[in-house]
Each structure stands twice: as structure tokens, then as C-alpha cells.
Design a protein around this ligand. Structure first.
Ligand SMILES: *[C@@H]1O[C@H](CO)[C@@H](O)[C@H](O)[C@H]1NC(C)=O
Ligand SMILES: *[C@@H]1O[C@H](CO)[C@@H](O)[C@H](O)[C@H]1NC(C)=O
Ligand SMILES: *[C@@H]1O[C@H](CO)[C@@H](O)[C@H](O)[C@H]1NC(C)=O
Length: 364
């Protein structure tokens, strides 16, 4: 019979293991050209494999590529303790089937059962819902029901299989600037999800702000309303989700504007809509931006008041996150008591520069 010391140690261990210590997350997107075997997983605690699709006819999920089945095995070679989550949905068409599926007990059950079955049979440690975005009171109710039933099913499956419960997370709108946060049920999220990935980026983009350059994902906004800090604070104070359930989003890409006058190249300089970089068009990846700086001699500037980088050459101006803004955002996350951070998407990195800067800023 175990003595009480061993027993309390065992209980202590279970309690410690049941909460995530920290999330250094990154999304891998199957169409990014980055092979899973080339991911330096040592910079991450959690990798999201994106995106599984929801079939609107069967309400089951399908995988778009055979590399999903070997993803966990591939990324655990360099880091055996990295956890993997299968992300479902995504922007645009990927999210279209969610409102209808979530509106009915039968279809929710098909979806939930299918997601658990696909996650287990492909060796994922968890599931991540990318419904962009719940946008009505009906969606809000159904999103809450979905999370509650999903958690119940995950707990049940763990009891039956004897395996560690699957992790359950969601990627959510970062701010009312993106989609109204009032359509999220904070209580259902807090009770049923391990954490949420708060997408505090794409706040200011050339299609919405044609006449001046902008920081696309500022942490602070001394001259206006919306920012990463404003979004995170709204999630805590208005939606009511605790800081230690939030991971802050880091964009590994930027947006290009066309300057009206090449000599006027600061933040909020006069612009003529969307610009274009040689290898990355209007939404260059971080690696495209580094090439633009190297090959075009673009000048790079860090503005610490907004926490944004930008660079320019000729009449092309790009707002983006470099090592300074990434480190500052991760430091903010740590100071604010957040669970961690995540990157969209790691195929945009340039020789793991940003992944490393983020990981170092968080520490171990
Ligand atoms: C949800 O179901 C109700 C009736 O059960 C229906 O009136 C409504 O249009 C449905 N909404 C969606 C988004 O499918
Ligand atoms: C829910 O969905 C099932 C199967 O898709 C269907 O048979 C049923 O009629 C739906 N119920 C409602 C209330 O729409
Ligand atoms: C950031 O940019 C704004 C707008 O151009 C400017 O007023 C501010 O001084 C800059 N801050 C830093 C620290 O450079």
C-alpha cells in the first residue's frame, strides 16, 4: 500500500501535469511549402497542424494532405516533448460549415466524435477550433453548446481509452476591430477550453486603410483605439476569460503599402493603397521581407510606441513584426500573466529567426 507521502506526491504530479505550463505555439499550414520534417520544433511547446476541413454534408472532418498523418512523428524527432494539435476550419471557406453544424445536436455529435477519432488515429495530442467567426446570438449559444459537449466527449474518451485527455483550444478574433467579441461565450470558453489563441493581428491593412501607412498589428495604439493590448484587455475584462488562458498572436508576415512620396516614409505616411514586394506581393511573409531588406536595401525601423517594425524602399512600404516587436509582445505576454504566444504561420519565418526570438524572450 502506498504511504501517504508517495500518494500526495502522485496527486501533486497529476495536478501539475493537468495545467499547461506555457504555450510557445506555432501554426504549420500544409500549403506553405514547409515540410514538417524541416520544422525546428525545439523552439515550440505546441504545434498546430492546419487545417482539417469540416465536411458540410457528413459533419465529419477530413484531412487535406497525407502529411497530417505523420505530422506528430515528424516534429517529435527534434523535440520529443512537443505537443501537436489538429486545427479545424480556418479563414474564409474553411469556416463556412460551422454555423449550421453547431446549430443541431445530431450534427454537433457527428463533428465531435469524428474530430476525436481522427485526432487519435493520427497521433495528435489535441484539437483546435478555428471558427472565423461566430457572428450572431445563435452562433454564440451554439458555440457554447459545442464546447461543452466536446469537453464532455473528450473526458469520456479519456476514461474509456485510459489515455491523457486530448487538449482542446480555439483560435479567436483578437479585437472588435476584427469581429465582435460579444459573440463569444466567455464562461463556456473558460470551462471547456485549455486555452485560446487570440488573433491580435490584421488590425490595420491596406484594403481598409488606403490613404496612410499603418502598423498592421500594433501592441499599443497611442493615436487610436484598436491594438493588441486593447484586444487582450477586452478578452479579460469584457469576455471574462482569465489571462492565464490566453496566448497572444504573432504574425510572421506583413502588409505592403504604396507610398505617395518615397521621401515621406514614416508610420501614417500618405499612401496609395496596397503596394507590392518582389517575392511576396501585398502580404509578404517575414522571409520575403528579409529578402526585400537584403536585396532592395530597404531601410528597417522599429517603433516602440506602437511596437511595430516597418521597412521601405522606393515607394514600397511594409508594416510587419521583426525580432524587436516579437520580443516586446512576448515580454508583454509574460508580464501580463498570459499562458504564452503563438505564431501564424511558421512557414513564413526566415531561418527560425522570429521563432527563436520569441522563445528566448519567453525563456524556459
Ligand atoms: C438554426 O436552427 C433554427 C431552427 O432549429 C433555424 O431557424 C435557424 O435558421 C438555424 N440557423 C442556422 C445558422 O443554421
Ligand atoms: C438535425 O440534423 C439531423 C441530421 O443532420 C436532421 O435529421 C434533423 O432533422 C436536424 N434537426 C433539426 C431540428 O434541424
Ligand atoms: C512612432 O511613430 C509615431 C508616429 O509617426 C511617432 O510620433 C513616434 O514618435 C514614434 N515613436 C518612436 C519611439 O519612434
Amino acid at each position: 500500500m502506498a504511504n501517504s507521502k508517495t500518494l500526495s506526491l502522485a496527486i501533486f504530479t497529476i495536478l501539475v501535469l493537468s495545467a499547461e505550463a506555457a504555450v510557445k505555439g506555432g501554426y504549420w499550414y500544409y500549403d506553405s511549402g514547409l515540410d514538417p520534417s524541416a520544422i525546428d520544433s525545439s523552439y515550440f511547446t505546441h504545434l498546430f497542424c492546419a487545417f482539417a476541413k469540416l465536411d458540410s454534408t457528413t459533419n465529419k472532418i477530413t484531412l487535406p494532405s497525407s502529411s497530417f498523418s505523420t505530422f506528430t512523428q515528424s516534429v517529435q524527432k527534434k523535440n520529443p516533448s512537443v505537443k501537436t494539435l489538429l486545427s479545424i476550419g480556418g479563414g474564409g471557406e474553411g469556416s463556412l460549415p460551422f454555423p449550421k453544424m453547431a446549430n443541431n445536436t445530431t450534427s454537433r455529435k457527428s463533428f465531435i466524435d469524428s474530430s476525436i477519432q481522427v485526432a487519435r488515429s493520427n497521433n495528435f495530442h489535441g484539437l483546435d477550433l478555428d471558427w472565423e467567426y461566430p457572428s450572431s446570438d445563435t452562433d454564440k449559444t451554439n458555440f457554447g453548446l459545442l464546447l461543452t459537449e466536446w469537453r464532455t466527449a473528450i473526458t469520456q474518451e479519456s476514461r474509456t481509452s485510459g489515455k491523457t485527455p486530448l487538449l482542446l483550444s480555439a483560435a479567436v478574433a483578437g479585437s472588435d476591430q476584427i469581429s465582435p467579441l460579444k459573440y463569444y461565450n466567455g464562461e463556456a470558453i473558460s470551462k471547456n477550453l485549455d486555452w485560446i489563441n487570440v488573433m491580435v493581428y490584421d488590425l490595420f491593412i491596406p484594403s481598409g486603410s488606403k490613404t496612410t501607412t499603418r502598423p498592421p498589428a500594433p501592441l499599443y495604439n497611442p493615436g487610436g483605439q484598436f491594438s493588441g493590448d486593447q484586444g487582450i484587455t477586452a478578452w479579460i475584462n469584457q469576455v471574462g476569460v482569465k489571462a492565464n488562458k490566453l496566448a497572444i498572436g504573432l504574425p510572421f508576415y506583413g502588409y505592403a503599402w504604396k507610398l505617395v512620396n518615397a521621401n515621406n516614409h514614416g508610420l501614417f505616411a500618405a499612401a496609395n493603397g496596397e503596394g507590392s514586394t518582389p517575392s511576396g506581393d501585398g502580404t509578404p511573409l517575414y522571409s520575403d521581407i528579409r529578402s526585400f531588406i537584403r536585396n532592395q536595401g530597404a531601410q528597417s525601423v522599429y517603433n516602440s510606441s506602437y511596437v511595430s517594425n516597418y521597412c521601405y524602399s522606393g515607394s514600397t512600404w511594409v508594416g510587419y513584426d521583426d525580432t524587436q516587436s516579437v520580443s516586446a509582445k512576448v515580454n508583454y505576454a509574460k508580464q501580463k500573466g498570459l499562458l504564452g504566444y503563438f505564431a501564424w504561420q511558421i512557414g513564413g519565418d526566415d531561418r527560425w529567426t522570429l521563432s527563436k526570438a520569441a522563445s528566448n524572450a519567453w525563456g524556459s
